[in-house]
Ligand binder design. Structure first.
Ligand code: HEC
Ligand code: HEC
Length: 349
């Protein structure tokens, strides 16, 4: 313990500097650099909220946080452990395991094109990324950490306080800034450069099978997929629907959020972009492959009182082996292999 009487002047000055707020000495940082993303013509405009504009400094901080187990109770688990870049930011395990060895009840979700999604989680119970980001930190079956601890640990790290200062003009760490930085990084997970996109622009060609699969995907009485999985180039409207997985859903899904009976067993309609990489499939990860998914939509679905009306348009057994293979071939044209290796999304050095 350092006592005032036995300090020499230089260590006293050091003590003073450490105990004072750095901002007083540093002045304001240079203004952060805006992240400018011009949506391709077939995409809606890039979305970031007015009170959290995306900047390069905010992204850099969010990226460091996303990969840092410091946000978990025992400093062993990061967001990236359940949202892996090589799986288009989801988890290849059916259920992720939190720091206490407990498995969750739902399959992790891909964060591809998350900037365009506002109701988050399978049941849409949270609105906006900023409101979502602190939940996994505190979730007892996930990172199981108190926000107080997380803030204190970051506050004690000069590398972090410097980055908070650059991104937000303050070295004082707080939970809302953690959430903002994580959200900024997540919003950069944009995928729009697949074979399908290049084909649309006349820069690539599709095989016969891919073209047939595309037709089936879009035709209501064939694949019938686009009734739900289509909203222009984003390939989902992210509405909540019951697609007939069970005759009696065990997970009530959206019903538990809204109390609307018709939303019993309804879950967020997934985008089809990079679907090749995000197995296993559905909210509970019950299907290991796209072949299993196609067989489900061909013969396995249940038509009950809560099943979405679009499922009633699908005649059981309508798809031949070739039809199913064609649809899968088309789905794979929505893959962007470069997304999985994009250096900007990797764990920072
Ligand atoms: C232990 C595994 C695990 C960890 C760690 C984890 N997540 Fe998740 N994440 C999930 C699961 C599972 C879901 C779906 C949960 C549900 O719907 O109830 C999810 C859903 C999400 C969603 C919603 C996506 C959508 O399409 O609606 C976002 C965003 C997200 N996580 C971000 C994060 C961030 C940021 C962190 C770190 C602070 C994080 N996650 C840490 C497993 C995890
Ligand atoms: C009635 C609307 C509807 C129709 C029609 C439909 N889907 Fe879905 N699909 C959904 C919903 C909702 C989910 C999420 C369900 C869940 O997880 O409980 C989903 C999930 C999926 C998934 C898993 C996504 C993931 O993130 O795990 C795939 C793959 C998929 N659908 C492909 C297709 C294909 C291919 C077709 C056409 C043969 C099709 N869907 C037809 C609504 C629909």
């Amino acid at each position: 313990m350092l006592k005032i009487e036995d300090t020499n002047p230089s260590s006293f000055a050091l003590l003073l500097a450490a105990s004072c707020h750095h901002d007083l000495f540093k002045g304001p940082p240079p203004p952060p650099t805006p992240f400018i993303f011009k949506s391709p013509d077939n995409f809606p405009p890039f979305f970031d909220p007015a009170d959290n504009p995306t900047t390069l400094e905010g992204i850099a901080l969010g990226r460091k946080l996303f990969y840092d187990p410091i946000l978990s109770g025992d400093n062993t688990q990061a967001c990236a452990d359940c949202h892996r870049q090589e799986n288009a930011f989801t988890d290849p395990r059916q259920f992720s395991i939190g720091i206490d060895g407990i498995a969750g009840k739902r399959n992790s979700m891909s964060l591809v094109n998350i900037a365009w999604q506002h109701r988050l989680f399978w049941d849409g119970r949270v609105h906006g990324l900023e409101n979502q980001a602190l939940r996994p930190i505190q979730d007892p079956v996930e990172m199981h950490e108190s926000l107080e601890n997380a803030v204190a640990e970051l506050q004690a790290r000069p590398d972090y306080t410097e980055m908070f200062w650059l991104a937000f003009g303050t070295e004082t760490v707080d939970t809302s800034l953690i959430a903002k930085a994580l959200s900024q990084f997540e919003r950069t997970f944009i995928s729009f450069n697949s074979k399908y996109d290049r084909w649309k622009l006349g820069q690539d060609s599709m095989t016969e099978s891919e073209l047939l699969g595309m037709e089936a995907f879009f035709e209501n009485d064939r694949g019938g997929c686009a009734q739900c999985h289509s909203f222009g180039a984003i390939f989902s409207d992210f509405q909540f629907r019951n697609n007939g997985l069970d005759s009696l859903p065990t997970d009530l899904g959206r019903f538990a959020v809204t109390g609307a009976l018709l939303e019993t067993g309804a879950f967020k309609t997934s985008s089809m972009r990079n679907i090749e990489y995000t197995a296993p499939y559905m909210h509970d990860g019950r299907f290991a492959t796209l072949e299993e998914v196609l067989e489900f939509y061909n013969t396995g679905f249940h038509l009950g009182p809560y099943t979405d009306h679009a499922m009633y348009n699908l005649v059981k057994g309508r798809l031949s082996e070739t039809d199913k293979a064609d649809i899968i071939a088309f789905l794979k044209t929505l893959s962007e292999p470069e997304f999985l290796t994009n250096a900007a999304f990797k764990k920072p050095e």
